[in-house]
Design a protein around this ligand. Structure first.
Ligand code: BES
Ligand code: ZN
Length: 910
């Protein structure tokens, strides 16, 4: 059963890939053919203008499909002293339609020459006919003009010599640096291409559907090594002492997956059951942090090969920790690159959550070797096929290989994360049009990663846990025919998340579906309009108080009725929170749960309890439930036996505390503080300052001790201060328990001496995990000049690397003393920031939402709005602007509506 289920999911997903690949192709055929020379000469005014003033023969952002690449021969020589690279390539192409132009992507490359020859077209048999090269930088394109029209179905070779500077940011072929223990700065040249930056390293057909084989050669000095997607076949010595590594030809693949690195890293290696050589590379001083990654990647590679029943197709897989990295990791085929903290595990300073993160990132990027690399979406509008399924596979693979990490409890948050965004009007459908590089980058968001994979989970929840029978692509679900395709299309093309309203009338349950919106309540005039035409096929699951049985029903219409034969006190929908919908229980539904949780919470499964807490607070934001009801639902928490459930409740209470603190609403802040300390005292007092216990024991310890110290709980502050002094006395040498490191540092950073000492240790530390913890502690300082100093260091990029700046700004903005500082900084240094990070990148989006989305006043909203409008006027627009504005409005409304309730509830509760 399990086996057929996994095959089913895999088939469904592959099915989606194929429909994504075959459908759009029909329309690009005619839309994307190149003009003739005559058309160009007769109507030059209708074409864009190339850099030399000539008309550029192509208007679109997407390439024409008149010429297809088959094979790239690429030789690259990065000079790690001059920080330039020179390169040449020979692209074998096949012509689909006679044409006089070859349009390629190229960005910031200096083209030195381009020639063409053919073994099949006699006119081009003589070597190297020189081609005219036109550039159109706005579209990152070059056009190669051939003297005589290329003939359809014939093959040609395009040879291009080019050069460029190693880039300064985190894209294309860029420069990274690190310091050795001896204090020497070393250079690494590394690529990062997804989605549209392969064109910064070599002229190419830089779209995912143009798959080709790549034969790569890298020139280097003998003190360095070179790595690429494939194993090295040989090294030859060149004149002047240079070496040239030749790599095996790749399988057919998209340009965004090509990678090469020149560095002086060392590695540890092992072999998978199927004989794949797996290596972990890192800077030489960090080799002792690579062992966990090696063990994990071997285990996961074995798992995926068995699970998919498709072998990993390459002979080797390298995982490399890059000192400067824009995102978390990148799945280049055979050469996966990681930010150091996503790959390295330091037993002395990495916590339980750090281990979970490393495991998650490895599992994710390995899953891409199948989902994404082997099968690829045709275009970026369907990037969810890559990211959603890689995220979903994290759950499947980690549950199987590291059950002790209890990853599925963590995974619920994946779904909750995206609901925040998906319940705003400005959200987007999973599959979404994207044309410009910025729009394409913006597709890498919670909707692609989290929503797609939450739905993956409901597919499995719906089909796998039942005795499903397979019938082609139409699985039978307890007698009901589920048209998978129909159901999936309304989830993929329709934005938002449904709300299911349940009303109990004796043995009857009345169901109704709506579009769930926070920040806009039913009374608002626009609510009705925003509801129009939304309808989902929702695979509901539910259970009743009197039995363990899981019932299923697909809600396809606006309203529906269920008859329940049994007697029961409550019905709980969305069993184990597997489904992507919010549930509201009208009438006395919520009261029944409040009573049940107080009497015996274990009659509901832990994930049910988490789901109830989550939905209740979401419903408060939507104006459907009063805050005191949701708060009453958390009253049982001191009896809560499931740590993830306890943490969920705590999360909301904590977030209210921080909101009050940031807004300086001191009476409520003080009362919340008292309530939290009083209420969770038993949990706080039973914590040990060690690393003992399960992942969740350890997560609870980290969270609750940090909270206790943030709330100035004397015994905790005292213990943390004691440990901090011991640490300083040992010159930063003794190993403190990793789970409490962040707390100890945060308390230590409260004094100027402690803060200064931590900054010194930050510079010295070789562990990314430790550095992150120190930086977090430093960013919590109450002294503005310290916060200002951190931002300065982050901008400078030496002590605090530029890659840390987005998180740093986010953390400072969460600090009540820093929120204005961080926001003003972003406004005043926008242009500077855009020189460091691309507009649509993860980094820039973190900076924008990280420094604004905590705001909750009308003045702040106006300020942010004005700023975004001025950016738009200058041509910088991001979808996230609207998300932020709606989030701030939502916060404002929340406060308006709920502050008095919160105040009163606290007064009666403490
Ligand atoms: N394919 C992405 C890397 C990426 C992100 C490319 C954004 C282009 C734009 C990679 O597989 C990925 O998803 N990385 C994540 C880590 C993952 C564990 C969620 C990241 O970088 O945060
Ligand atoms: Zn990914």
């Amino acid at each position: 059963m399990v086996n057929s289920c996994r095959k089913l999911i895999f088939n469904i997903f592959i099915g989606f890939y194929y429909s994504a690949i075959s459908l759009p192709q029909i329309c690009i055929c005619f839309q994307f053919s190149t003009p003739s020379m005559d058309q160009l000469n007769q109507n030059p005014g209708t074409f864009p203008v190339a850099t030399n003033g000539d008309p550029f023969p192509w208007r679109e952002l997407r390439l024409p499909n008149t010429v297809f690449p088959l094979h790239y021969d690429l030789v690259v020589h990065p000079n790690l002293t001059s920080l330039n690279f020179v390169a040449s390539e020979k692209i074998e192409v096949v012509v689909r339609e006679a044409t006089q132009f070859i349009i390629l992507h190229s960005k910031d490359l200096e083209i030195l020459s381009a020639t063409l020859h053919s073994k099949e077209d006699f006119r081009y048999m003589a070597p190297g006919k020189k081609l005219t090269v036109l550039s159109y930088p706005a579209h990152h394109q070059i056009a190669l003009l051939v003297p005589e029209k290329l003939t359809a179905d014939l093959r040609y070779y395009v040879t291009i010599d080019f050069q460029a500077k190693l880039a300064d940011g985190f894209e294309g072929f860029y420069k990274s640096t690190y310091r050795t223990l001896g204090g020497e700065t070393r250079i690494v040249a590394v690529t990062d291409f997804e989605p549209t930056e392969a064109r910064m390293a070599f002229p190419c057909f830089d779209e995912p559907l143009f798959k080709a084989n790549f034969s790569i050669k890298i020139r280097r000095e003998s003190r360095h090594i070179a790595l690429s997607n494939m194993p090295k076949v040989k090294t030859i010595a060149l004149e002047g002492g240079l070496l040239e590594d030749h790599f095996e030809t790749t399988v057919k693949m998209s340009t965004y997956l090509v990678a090469f690195i020149v560095c002086d890293f060392t590695s540890v290696s092992g072999t998978s059951s199927s004989g794949v050589k797996v290596s972990i590379y890192a800077a030489p001083d960090k080799r002792d942090q690579t062992h966990y990654a090696l063990e994990t990647s071997l285990k996961l590679l074995d798992f995926y090969e068995n699970y998919f029943d498709i072998n990993y197709p390459l002979p080797k897989l390298d995982l490399v920790a890059i000192p400067d990295f824009g995102s978390g990791a990148m799945e280049n085929w055979g050469l996966i690159t990681y930010r150091e903290t996503s790959l390295l595990f330091d037993p002395q300073t990495s916590s339980a959550l750090d281990k979970l993160w490393v495991t998650k990132v490895i599992a994710h990027e390995l899953a891409h070797q199948w989902f994404g690399n082997l099968v690829t979406m045709e275009w970026w509008n369907d990037i969810w096929l890559n990211e959603g399924f890689a995220t979903y596979m994290e759950l499947i693979s980690i549950n199987a290989t590291y059950p002790e990490l209890q990853f599925d409890d963590y995974f619920l948050n994946v779904c909750f994360e995206v609901i925040k965004r998906d319940s705003l009007n400005s959200t987007r459908p999973i599959s979404n049009q994207a044309e410009t590089p910025t729009q394409i980058q913006e597709m890498f968001d919670a909707v692609s990663y989290n929503k797609s994979c939450s739905e993956g989970d409901f597919v499995s929840g719906g089909f796998c846990y039942s005795d499903s029978k397979m019938a082609g692509s139409t699985p039978t679900l307890l007698g009901e025919n589920v048209e998978v395709k129909e159901m999936m299309t309304n989830w993929i093309l329709q934005k938002g998340i449904p709300l299911v309203v349940v009303k109990q009338e004796g043995h009857l349950l009345r169901l109704q579906q709506e579009r769930f919106l926070t920040g806009i309540s039913q009374e608002d005039p626009e609510w009705k309009v925003l509801q129009e035409r939304y309808l989902w096929h929702i695979p509901l699951t539910y259970s009743v108080s009197s039995s363990d049985l899981i019932h299923r029903h697909i809600l396809k219409s606006k309203t529906d009725t269920l008859h329940l034969p049994e007697n029961f006190s409550w019905v709980k929908f969305n069993v184990n929170s597997n489904g992507y919908y919010i549930v509201h229980y009208e009438g006395c539904g919520w009261d029944q749960f409040i009573t049940q949780l107080n009497q015996n919470h274990t009659l509901l499964r832990p994930k049910e309890r988490i789901g109830l807490i989550h939905d209740a607070f979401q419903l408060v934001s939507a104006g459907r439930l009063t805050l005191d009801k949701a708060l009453d639902l958390t009253r049982y928490l001191h009896h809560e036996t499931s740590i993830p459930a306890l943490l969920k409740g705590l999360h909301y209470l904590k977030s209210f505390y921080h909101m009050m603190d940031r807004r300086n609403i001191s009476d409520v802040t003080e009362n919340l503080k008292r309530y939290l300390l009083q209420y969770f005292k038993p949990v706080i007092d039973t914590q040990s300052w060690t690393d003992d216990g399960s992942v969740w024991d350890r997560t609870l310890r980290s969270t609750i001790l940090m909270l206790a110290c943030d709330l100035s709980h004397a015994p905790c502050i005292q213990k943390a201060t004691e440990l901090f002094s011991q640490w300083i006395e040992s010159g930063g040498k003794i190993n403190l328990p990793t789970d409490v490191l962040e707390t100890v540092y945060s308390v230590g950073a409260k004094t100027t001496a402690g803060w200064n000492y931590l900054l010194e240790q930050y510079e010295l530390s070789r562990s990314g995990a430790e550095k992150d913890k120190i930086l977090y502690a430093l960013s919590k300082s109450k002294l503005r000049e310290k916060l200002r100093k951190l931002i300065e260091l982050g901008m400078d990029g030496k002590v605090i690397k530029t890659q840390e700046l987005p998180t740093l700004l986010y953390m400072i903005a969460r600090n009540p003393e820093g929120q204005q500082l961080a926001w003003n900084f972003v406004r005043e240094n926008w242009t500077q920031l855009l020189k460091k990070f691309e507009l649509g990148s993860f980094a820039m989006r973190t900076i924008i939402s990280g420094t604004t989305s905590q705001f909750s006043s009308e003045d702040e909203l106006q300020e942010v709005k004005l700023f975004f409008e001025s950016r738009k006027a200058q041509g910088s627009h991001l979808d996230i602007f609207q998300t932020v504005l709606e989030t701030i409005s939502k916060n404002i409304k929340w406060l308006e509506k709920n502050l008095p309730t919160l105040r009163t509830w606290l007064l009666v509760s403490i």
